[in-house]
Structure formats: structure tokens, C-alpha cells
Design a protein around this ligand. Structure first.
Ligand SMILES: [Zn+2]
Ligand SMILES: [Zn+2]
Length: 451
């Protein structure tokens, strides 16, 4: 093995020495292939990165995206889109009609997260704001929605400048409040499919914290999960810690419920149909020697199909009640299980359309840039646009944001990568924006192609 390695090293080092002497690239290196659209994006990149840095430095929380929406709406108007603001809160709908043909919805989400940025970037966010619950917090584009908006604006620019290459209608939407699972629903309830042309197709992308910068990932079928927040209020009978016989201890009962919940996925769920039940919060009591009368649990519950979702929620209710009965809790003190309104439904890429879109991307980008990726247990409310009308051909894809050297170090176990929502998440934005803008434009030109 050592000999082989030495030979490889020699082969690698020779051309670079020759190149240094002649100050010319090695003759064997192929010229990087670049499409006309790719070249246009390279030409726009300085301006795009200025927009990206501005968006990154000025994030706004879910439902509060007033300035973000305003400045992007102005840009869309300048490109001659017919722009409507305040759709579903701060949402923006930009329509461009260009003859008869399909109606393509392209979506970007606008909200930042209640995260205090720690990337150390020169343009890091210093913004602070109050959440809907009144909590003062740092705000950061820790999910990369700033890359989504930047690529969205470039896609709008490229398509509006190429109206001779497509026909149909563009409905480009900037959506609020993705992170709370409320924005897509709010835009739909505010008449997105009635007040504006009803889409026949819908596309979007999300940046990825586990994929090399510029690579494109796609998942046919279920791509992202149903996300439910479930609260359990465990009721007991409080009293003195020294006299447990006179109480019903909700802490011990809560602990039993947490333990039994572990069997819901491991013993009741088909291993081929993934699900998650995580208890993320368990709060009870005030003092060493007092048995409280209540304990509160907060759960995140993930699934793909709606049948599995319903089964998990029923199982949680059954286990909470069953453990309470076993603990001798009186009938009128049974645990209260409530599914919170902050629900994000699973995102489904109809497989035939996903493969068709992937084939378009593979035909356009260099070999190896477009890869099939496994489904994830994260959530995205983009799935709602398809659920609201299942005749829509819908496709969400990933665009990697991890610098290649960090990807290599992580693969070698020398580095653990920050995830989306991490205060350290700093995607290689120019590569995300370049790949995403090109991919969105190429897909749009295919969906809206002239005969
Ligand atoms: Zn997010
Ligand atoms: Zn996101």
C-alpha cells in the first residue's frame, strides 16, 4: 500500500511543479463547464452577496418579517412583477403572466430564529427582539432562510429577463413564519389559491448542513416529517414530602409515563416506518420537601404518514391515562394530553415528479453534483401547498452549504458540523445561492417550456 501511495503522490505533485514553472494551467485540466445561466449568476454574485449579508445582519422573527418583506417586494416590483403584500400576515405574492401555460409557484421563507448568533462573521446579526411570548432574545438566520431569499430574488431576475424562453405564469411567494409552522397555512387561508392564479406546480429549496456546498440533494416521496408538539399535564395530589402516603406523587407518575413512552416507537411501531417520540421538557415542583400537585411534560412527535401520526398521539394518550390508573390517581385527576397548534405536516415529493425534476438537474449540472438523499425527521411547512391541492406537482430539494474542507474533516472525525438552527451555522452562501438560483431557474424553464 505504501508504494501505491508514493506513486499517487508523485503523480499529483509533478503537474503542479510544471504549472508553477510555466505559469500556465496543466494542459490536461478540462475547462470548467458553465451554462449561460451559470455565467449570468457569476456576473450577479457581488450584488447577491451584498443582499445576502444585509438579510443575514437584519433577521426578523416569525410573523414579524415586515422590513424583509418590504425590501424584497420593492425588488420584485422593479422586475415588473405584479406584487401584493400582507398576504397571510407579512407574506408577499409576486405574479408574472407570460401567455398561456402552467402556473408555477416558487416559494422562499423569510423568518429568522430566536438564536443568538455565534459565528463570528463580520456581518453577524446583533439583532434582538421579543418573541410572540414576550421573551427577549437574539435573532439569527440560523436556518439559512437568508440564502433562500437571495436565490429567490436571483431566480426572479433571471426568469423575468428571459420571458422569451418560457410561457405560463409565475407565482413567486415570500412566506412568513415557517419556523412556527404557521406561515404557509396563513397564506393559504388568506386566499393564496383563490385571489391569485392557482398553481399547477410548486418548487422550493432548503439549504443543508450535512451536504457539501453547492451540491443538490433530493428525496422522492416523504422528504420531511410531520412535526407535532404535545403537552402532558400530569396531575397528582400534593402534600408534605415526609408523608407520601397522603399524596399522589405526579413526579413519580411523570417519570413512569416518560419511561413507558419509550416503548411506543420501539415496541409498537413498524421498524420500516420511522417515528420519534422525544420528551424535551419535564418540569415539576418548587422545593425538596414538597410533593407538588402537578408535573408538565413537553414532547416532540415525528412521523411521515398521517395514520402513523394519529396512532402515536392515541398511544401517548393511552399510556398517560394507563399509568395514571396504575398509580391510583382519582378519575377526575387524569392527565391532560393536548396537541399544540404549532403543527407542521410532512412534506411529500410525488415520486414521479421528483425523479423528473432530478433528471432535469442531472442533465444540466456536472456529474455528481445532484444526489439522492435520505428523508429527514425535520419539518417544513412547504408540504402544505401540496396538501391543499394534491393535483399540484410539488418538489422541494436541498442545496448543501458545508465548505468542502469541513465536510472532509467531519468525515475523518476531526470536526463535528453545526446543524441547522445552531448559533454556529454559517453556510458557504455564495455556493448555496449560485447552485440554488441555477437549479430553480433551470427547473422553472423546464416546467414552463415553450413547445
Ligand atoms: Zn428551521
Ligand atoms: Zn428552514
Amino acid at each position: 500500500m505504501r508504494h501505491v501511495l508514493a506513486a499517487v503522490l508523485a503523480a499529483v505533485s509533478l503537474p503542479s511543479i510544471a504549472g508553477a514553472q510555466t505559469a500556465a494551467p496543466p494542459a490536461s485540466a478540462p475547462a470548467p463547464r458553465q451554462s449561460e445561466i451559470g455565467a449570468a449568476i457569476v456576473g450577479d454574485m457581488d450584488g447577491l452577496m451584498a443582499l445576502y449579508r444585509d438579510l443575514h445582519a437584519n433577521p426578523e422573527l416569525s410573523g414579524q418579517e415586515v422590513n424583509t418583506a418590504g425590501k424584497l417586494a420593492r425588488r420584485l416590483r422593479a422586475m415588473k412583477f405584479d406584487v401584493t403584500e400582507k398576504v397571510g400576515g407579512t407574506g408577499v405574492v409576486a405574479v408574472m403572466k407570460n401567455g398561456s401555460g402552467p402556473v408555477l409557484l416558487i416559494r422562499a421563507d423569510m423568518d429568522g430564529l430566536p438564536v443568538t448568533e455565534q459565528t463570528g462573521l463580520a456581518f453577524a446579526s446583533k439583532v434582538r427582539a421579543k418573541t410572540a411570548e414576550g421573551v427577549d432574545t437574539g435573532v439569527m438566520h440560523a436556518c439559512g432562510h437568508d440564502t433562500h431569499m437571495t436565490a429567490f430574488i436571483e431566480t426572479a431576475k433571471l426568469l423575468s429577463a428571459r420571458k422569451d424562453q418560457w410561457k405560463g405564469t409565475l407565482v413567486m411567494i415570500l412566506q412568513p413564519a415557517e419556523e412556527t409552522g404557521k406561515g404557509a397555512r396563513a397564506m393559504l387561508e388568506d386566499g393564496l389559491y383563490n385571489r391569485f392564479p392557482r398553481p399547477t406546480h410548486a418548487i422550493a429549496f432548503h439549504d443543508a448542513a450535512n451536504l457539501e456546498a453547492g451540491k443538490i440533494g433530493y428525496t422522492p416521496g416523504y422528504a420531511l416529517a410531520n412535526v407535532d408538539s404535545v403537552d402532558i399535564v400530569v396531575k397528582g395530589v400534593g402534600g408534605h414530602g415526609a408523608y407520601p402516603q397522603a399524596t399522589k406523587d405526579p413526579i413519580v407518575l411523570g417519570a413512569r409515563i416518560v419511561t413507558t413512552l419509550q416503548t411506543l416507537v420501539s415496541r409498537e411501531q413498524d421498524p420500516q416506518d420511522p417515528a420519534v417520540v422525544t420528551v424535551g421538557s419535564f418540569q415539576a415542583g418548587t422545593k425538596h420537601n414538597i410533593i407538588p400537585d402537578e408535573a408538565k411534560l413537553q414532547l416532540t412527535v415525528r412521523s411521515y404518514s398521517d395514520e402513523t401520526r394519529a396512532k402515536l398521539i392515541k398511544g401517548i394518550e393511552r399510556i398517560a391515562r394507563g399509568e395514571a390508573i396504575a398509580a391510583g390517581i382519582p378519575d377526575d385527576r387524569m392527565p391532560a394530553v393536548s396537541v399544540q397548534d404549532e403543527f407542521t405536516p410532512s412534506t411529500y415529493n410525488p415520486p414521479e415528479f421528483a425523479e423528473k425534476m432530478a433528471a432535469v438537474l442531472r442533465g444540466h449540472f456536472p456529474q455528481g453534483q445532484v444526489v439522492k438523499t435520505p428523508a429527514v425527521m425535520g419539518g417544513e411547512d412547504f408540504g402544505r401547498y401540496y396538501r391543499a391541492d394534491k393535483s399540484i406537482a410539488s418538489f422541494i430539494f436541498w442545496v448543501g452549504g458545508v465548505p468542502a474542507d469541513q465536510m472532509a474533516k467531519a468525515a475523518a472525525g476531526q470536526l463535528s458540523l453545526p446543524s441547522l438552527h445552531s448559533p454556529f451555522w454559517a453556510p458557504e452562501a455564495d455556493k448555496v445561492v449560485a447552485s440554488a438560483s441555477e437549479a430553480m431557474t433551470v427547473l422553472a424553464l423546464d416546467i414552463l417550456k415553450r413547445d
